[in-house]
Design a protein around this ligand. Structure first.
Ligand code: 5GP
Length: 193
């Protein structure tokens, strides 16, 4: 997706060997116009797939996921990382290791929001080693839901996530694909959309 790639070139910062900071438009401050384009790109791709729900993990998946759900005119569910007193329904859970926080947390979705009649599109901001996506796949399988695909805003193709997700038989669609970082610059691979 050209608009996203040029934004990454312009505003992204490479941190160390394997982290891209995009906090001025995606993960902290948000550019709604770009988010709408992201929502439209995924919605167009999956418009004929019979998707009933968009699912992500809080926090930074929430923004792109909500824009995709709005375009598809369906609900968005975000897996929660901390249980609170209002979560008194049956929960579906998975353990997820966070690439950026370096901790494992139990993520959860209330069972009442998912059923075997659902066909789900998973959306996340980044794909690194695939742990967030695989955790969501575990929860969705437990619910008996079908999974149409995993939609990623920025995939770091030099990490293991895409291969691990594709090994489950679920297609990955990424708007920007990063082949690697060279001298603090982003080297892009061909994107899926
Ligand atoms: P994974 O579970 O695929 O290893 O990592 C994906 C999650 O880690 C994403 O939901 C995202 O929040 C975070 N993440 C992974 N890599 C990056 C990165 O390079 N930059 C930022 N800002 N977040 C990342």
């Amino acid at each position: 997706m050209e608009a996203l790639i040029s934004r990454i070139k312009h505003d992204g910062t490479v941190l160390g060997d394997d982290i891209l900071k995009v906090d001025s438009f995606l993960t902290h401050q948000v550019d709604p116009k770009l988010m709408r384009q992201i929502g439209q790109a995924f919605a167009q791709k999956f418009s004929d797939s019979g998707i009933t729900k968009v699912v992500t993990i809080e926090a930074s998946g929430n923004v792109p996921a909500a824009y995709v759900a709005e375009e598809l005119n369906i609900p968005m569910i975000f897996a929660k990382k901390a249980k609170n007193v209002t979560m008194n329904d049956e929960l579906l859970t998975a353990e997820v290791y966070s690439f950026t926080k370096k901790i494992t947390s139990t993520v959860q979705i209330s069972r009442k929001f998912l059923s075997e009649n659902d066909k789900v599109l998973i959306i996340d901001d980044f794909l690194a080693n695939g742990q967030a996506a695989l955790g969501l796949i575990t929860i969705l399988k437990e619910a008996g839901a079908q999974i149409a695909g995993v939609g990623i805003v920025i995939e770091k193709s030099f990490q293991t996530g895409r291969t691990l997700v594709e090994e489950t038989g679920i297609p990955v669609v990424s708007l920007a694909r990063i082949a690697g970082f060279e001298q603090g610059q982003v080297v892009f691979a061909e994107a899926d959309l």
